[in-house]
Design a protein around this ligand. Structure first.
Ligand SMILES: C[S@@+](CC[C@H](N)C(=O)[O-])C[C@H]1O[C@@H](n2cnc3c(N)ncnc32)[C@H](O)[C@@H]1O
Length: 219
């Protein structure tokens, strides 16, 4: 029987053994995603749990995920929010969206997650055009890396003062240190890291969680 819990749903130690586990909705979504060939795209369990607790800490009711994949982290965010909470989940691949939907329904949060099946830039622009600038509490950027800077600028418009933009993969397996001349992804992530380091519009924290997680808090 599933239950909602704030306890760790799974924590893995270095030899990949599960050491803490709760049988909750998230665990089912996590296990299903592991069957997909691209499951390494999913955030780690500790990262999802950390961001869910951030959402609780700032009492977020409006969040955006740029790059939903199979919905594991979107589900984690939705479960951390109150009944009136909403997650705008951006995803272009319908096969991933199809995997996510039964888990959202089973967990009773399908009404909290607004799946946007189009490019994330289109969705972010539409939200701004709809007058939603300055109203979001939390944005998680985790899609195509070449567009990260564009996602960051749009997210900065969309979040309120004190809102948090979380950016994934900012260390890119360490390749942001001296990126190779032909490695555009590492170069663009490095350029974004350097830009944020000097950005006076935010307070910055770069964490060695997962593949590197930046937190930018809007001033
Ligand atoms: C790293 S995965 C996201 C993982 C997800 N946040 C999680 O933790 O499970 C990146 C996702 O972004 C999607 N994506 C890539 N480019 C996109 C775009 N331009 N607009 C919307 N989604 C995009 C991909 O299809 C992929 O599912």
């Amino acid at each position: 029987k599933c239950h909602r819990t704030a306890q760790p749903h799974a924590v893995y130690c270095q030899d990949n053994k599960m050491i803490y586990c709760s049988l909750n909705y998230l665990m089912f979504a996590f296990q299903r995603t592991l069957q997909d060939q691209w499951s390494r795209m999913m955030v780690s369990t500790d990262q999802a749990q950390f961001m869910a607790n951030l959402i609780r800490l700032i009492n977020a009711t409006k969040a955006i995920e740029v790059g939903m994949y199979t919905g594991y982290n979107a589900l984690s965010m939705a479960l951390a929010m109150p009944e009136n909470g909403r997650v705008v989940a951006c995803e272009i691949e319908d096969s991933y969206i199809n995997i996510s939907k039964p888990f959202f329904k089973e967990a009773g949060v399908e009404n909290k997650i607004d799946i946007q099946h189009q490019t994330a830039m289109k969705t972010l622009n539409e939200l701004i055009a709809a007058g939603e600038a300055g109203t979001y509490d939390f944005v998680f950027i985790d899609a195509d890396k070449g567009n990260y800077d564009n996602y960051y600028e749009k997210s900065l418009e969309l979040i309120r003062k004190g809102g948090v933009i979380a950016i994934d993969n900012v260390l890119w397996s360490g390749k942001v240190v001296n990126p190779a001349p032909d490695d555009q992804t590492s170069q663009s992530l490095d350029a974004l890291n350097k830009k944020l380091h000097k950005d006076q519009r935010i307070d910055l924290s770069m964490l060695t969680v997962g593949d590197g997680l930046t937190l930018a808090i809007k001033r």
